[in-house]
Design a protein around this ligand. Structure first.
Ligand code: AMP
Length: 118
């Protein structure tokens, strides 16, 4: 069983922000911003690439509610999902990073040379 399935099953602890019948949101163990939460589906989905449109539709208000719950919805925030090897995905269970609590910089993609790809 993957690590996030274990979090869903409460086999390993997490700091939960919000939970409903389909999704769970908890603090990232290694935060990259003052607020760094992960929102995941309770069923195992490998990544965004495998995600159904129906799940995305349900997950959208869940993520918005997480942002409200931690009061970053007005100041702004960033939603990221890493997909596969080149996307930098380390945990193979779909998760959306919800980052906020400070003005986030843009442009930490220096390892990816955009020249000549298009
Ligand atoms: P990614 O690189 O997009 O797959 O992100 C995986 C994220 O999961 C990283 O930001 C990790 O810090 C986070 N993470 C890994 N294990 C745990 C855990 N047990 N509880 C909370 N966050 C975790």
């Amino acid at each position: 069983m993957c690590i996030f399935c274990k979090i869903v099953n409460k086999e390993i602890p997490s700091n939960i922000i919000l939970e409903d019948e389909n999704f769970i949101a908890f603090h990232d163990i290694n935060p990259k911003a003052p607020v760094h939460i992960l929102a995941i589906p309770k069923v195992h989905v490998d990544s965004f690439d495998q995600m159904s449109a129906d799940m995305m539709q349900k997950m959208t208000p869940f993520i918005q509610n997480v942002a409200k719950e931690v009061n970053i919805h007005k100041s702004g925030y960033r939603v990221i999902t890493n997909i596969g090897e080149n996307g930098g995905q380390e945990v193979g269970h779909l998760h959306f990073h919800i980052l906020g609590g400070a003005k986030l910089r843009w442009g930490h993609f220096s390892d990816a040379d955009p020249q000549g790809h298009f």
